[in-house]
Design a protein around this ligand. Structure first.
Ligand code: HEC
Ligand code: HEC
Length: 285
């Protein structure tokens, strides 16, 4: 009695074979169709238009790297060490082109003393020399196997508006949510509780704004690809740049200082005028 299931299974075997043969063809066809669809839909958007390039290429020419090496040894190695391995200042082995371009193009580097807080200055180097220093540090980082974030391509990435392009309203929302608590809604800056100055964003170029977002010059936090896509970074950069270049709509601009100083201006001027008027009335009486 315990052998009973075997003949049943044997009886079914030919039908199983037929079923496999009959279903095998359509199943294989469906498999091929799904794979084909996946390949086509993956290649689809790339064919629809030229893809937006989100980082600026860094020179890998040996001449630029060598020139950058000379500049680095002269102006940076005293603090960052020969070969950027670190000394009194941190190593630059994984900072990436965005950080080097940001710190040097905003004049924060070279610093005068390792203890000083880096602040914005007129850049010490020409754009060509900055590109060479970036090329050198990038080569060091790549050789080390840990290249950091590249220089974000911002406005130039999208000349014509398309679905991939950043919009001002997107930048506005992201800025209010992530940056305005420190930099003020108008981008005019302020102070942090521990005495750090939060700079106005007026002097920064769109590229420097995008770099600051990715790099996070201490004590500002950095925002990686997990927080913002390249498109969102470009949207923020466009918006902040627009904030500082937008024309004033009526009234006094008072240098875009924002709501708190506006109150001061109203109080000082308003009270001043009232005082003068009351003084005049008093004199007559
Ligand atoms: C007098 C010392 C000094 C010199 C010279 C100097 N740096 Fe710096 N650098 C520092 C210090 C200190 C910091 C860290 C600042 C901070 O975190 O507040 C720093 C930070 C940096 C950072 C950011 C590092 C990071 O982890 O985010 C970069 C990039 C950088 N320096 C590049 C350069 C380059 C390029 C030069 C040469 C053109 C240079 N520095 C010259 C002292 C110096
Ligand atoms: C916790 C406060 C804080 C937040 C949040 C913050 N920042 Fe900053 N940011 C700072 C401080 C402080 C500095 C100055 C750092 C320095 O000079 O080394 C700075 C510097 C900058 C600079 C450089 C300005 C210049 O002229 O060189 C830019 C641009 C900038 N921030 C943009 C942003 C944007 C965009 C956001 C939002 C995505 C943001 N920051 C969020 C505090 C903050």
């Amino acid at each position: 009695m315990s052998q009973a299931p075997v003949p049943v299974a044997r009886w079914r075997r030919p039908f199983e074979a037929i079923r496999r043969r009959a279903l095998g063809g359509p199943l294989a066809l469906i498999g091929v169709a799904v794979a084909l669809f996946a390949v086509l839909s993956w290649a689809g958007p790339a064919q629809a238009g030229t893809p937006v390039r989100w980082t600026v290429p860094v020179s890998t020419k040996p001449a630029d790297i060598k020139a950058g090496n000379v500049l680095f040894d002269l102006h940076c190695s005293s603090c960052h060490g020969m070969g950027a391995v670190g000394a009194s200042a941190p190593a630059l082995l994984s900072v990436g082109p965005a950080a080097v371009d940001f710190f040097v193009s905003t004049g924060r580097m070279p610093l005068n003393s390792p203890k000083a807080q880096p602040v914005r200055h007129r850049p010490y180097f020409s754009p060509k020399q900055i590109a060479q220093i970036v090329a050198y540090v990038n080569a060091v980082d790549v050789a080390h196997g840990t290249p950091g974030p590249g220089i974000p391509a911002v406005v130039a990435a999208c000349k014509k508006q398309g679905p991939e392009c950043p919009t001002l309203s997107e930048g506005d929302q992201l800025f209010l949510l992530n940056c305005a608590q420190c930099h003020d809604a108008s981008g005019s800056g302020g102070m942090l509780s521990n005495g750090y100055v939060i700079p106005s964003l007026r002097a920064a170029t769109a590229t420097q704004i995008a770099e600051a977002v990715r790099v996070g010059p201490r004590p500002m936090p950095n925002f990686g690809p997990g927080q913002f896509t390249d498109q969102q970074v470009a949207a923020i950069a466009d918006y902040v740049h627009w904030l500082s270049t937008a024309p004033d709509r009526g009234g006094l601009g008072i240098a875009h200082f924002g709501p708190v100083p506006e109150g001061f201006v109203a109080i000082i001027f308003g009270l001043g005028i009232l005082l003068v008027v009351s003084r005049l009335i008093g004199n007559r009486g």
